[in-house]
Design a protein around this ligand. Sequence first.
Ligand code: GTP
Ligand code: SPV
Ligand code: MN
Length: 617
Amino acid sequence: MHDASWALAPEGTNPEIVAWVEQLAHLLTPDTVVWCDGSVRERDGLNRLMVANGTLIQLNPEHRPYSFLARSHPADVARVESRTFICSDDEADAGPSNNWIAPGEMRATLAGLAEGAMRGRTMYVLPFSMGPLDSPLSRFGVQVTDSPYVAVSTGIMTRMGSAALERITPGTSWVRAVHTVGAPLAPGEVDVAWPSNETKYISHFPETREIWSYGSAYGGNALLAKKAFALRIASAMARDEGWLAEHMLLLKVTNPRGRVFHVAAAFPSACGKTNLAMLRPSIPGWQVETVGDDIAWLAPDSWGRLKAINPEAGFFGVAPGTGVSTNQTAVDTLWGNTIFTNVALQDDGDVWWEGLTDTPPSNLTDWQGEPWTPSADRPAAHPNSRFTVAAAQCPTMSDDWEDPAGVTIDAIIFGGRRATNVPLVVEARDWDHGVFLGATISSERTAAAEGTIGELRRDPFAMAPFCGYNMADHWQHWLDVGGQLRRSGRVPRIFQVNWFRKDDDGSFLWPGFAENSRVLAWILDRVDGVAPAVPGPLGWTPTPGALNVQGLDLADDALAKLFEVDPAAWSDELDDTERFFGTFGDRLPESMSRQLAVVRERIEAVAAARAEHASAA
Ligand code: GTP
Ligand code: SPV
Ligand code: MN
């Protein structure tokens, strides 16, 4: 039987953590337990181990120093939303947008699966801080995992190790996260490169701030500090404590007059957060710096200003589409010290993915390890292939990205991937209308999660897969926070954008990427009080000429198409919104129904005016 060597925690470790780890070790029965200190030596040891056992391939250090390629199991390539559960005591608290299973039932299922699940493996204990150490906005967690890949990735993505462990003193609250790939090894059994299990459970217990993940080692399924903690559990903590945990990037922007702004922007998965966070403006005089690329924790301060931190320390970014012409900053960030997962391998030992360069190399090894040439009818890199890299390596990180007090938010942006209907940019009439814009985001599915790519789905606040409680309560919470901010007179302005509207031939109407700085400029000039706008049925839009399109190669009618509001299409859109709102029953805030009625009235007025115009002509 195993003995107390399991409990060899660093001296002075919070006895609560020691007891929890010991209890898990008895259940999961790993061969050994390793308490990770977050050191470079430890990371190097784990990387060597993974190279030896085939989990990692070291890239050619001449091209990509100290970088690695991991190839996942072909059935473990993205978040599994159908296997993600919010196990609140009351089903209504999970709400219609989450999968719910009663906590008792889920605990019993997990206990059965967990029994002996780490046999033959090492259990790594990862203590970490989400947010800068010693920031009042930060929170602690401890994850156990039997995946060295997850251990190393968590070391990049969070502030992991001794410094965090020392701060989790008795009485300090911390989130418990249990992760196993669910692939115990029989004595003498040879391991596979990417152990996982067909059965998967990504389970959250919001009341007890616990996470249990079984069967996957990929991304948000396994790096539990990220979506599971920093969004699903944190959103429930934030609801209880009066702050917000959001799927948002954070930017610092300096305008040509030297005024500094901070922006938070929510886009669904694989809809442009990392790219906007690393924007290189195409228009002169504007400077954009990076604070965060995926998650923001926002809290009103005692002055009523909305402060925000990036709780993460790294990027787990989408590789395909990241190239010299779209995101040079990301390309520069990835010069070395990077783990790539499911990208293609070049003959010279460097990586490649669709969009890194305009022309693919003539020979590659694809993400599954098979030979690939440009004539192949499949992509070389998996569409959800990713890079894992420290944020500190990004050349555009702003000087305030680790400010323990957070940055002050001036503008909030909601976006989605919409081929039709949604204009390039709209400003909300006020905070409550802004909450309505967030609540009504719908977006075409991407490869970031299982599902049919391109299918339109509701993704309110870009949080559909990430809100740890009833989505309608989330909207009410936003309305309440707005009320709190209003008392200070520093309410951030709210905007909606859509980079993805398409022409009839299927091409994007807007060039996107660096050119999104033009939209950002209008948004921040609005905040600065110098940009003209016209009221429209959906909110304020730029007066003709107010959006700087100088030097852009836009088709003549592209701008008109980017801002076109088709009353018939919008009538359908609003019918769908009404059905969607209906799924929340009496939890729907009254203010959202009122906002819907207002847009309806305005769209009907547009329809009536056009009918009159047509009959007069
Ligand atoms: P997650 O990490 O999944 O949350 O994704 P994200 O929101 O950070 O998305 P990311 O910035 O990685 O972009 C995802 C995909 O959208 C990439 O393939 C990008 O090249 C593409 N993309 C980003 N911005 C734009 C844009 O302005 N226009 C167009 N057409 N594509 C864009
Ligand atoms: C997303 O899907 O929004 C991501 C990647 O940022 S994951 O960490 O897998 O959730
Ligand atoms: Mn994301």
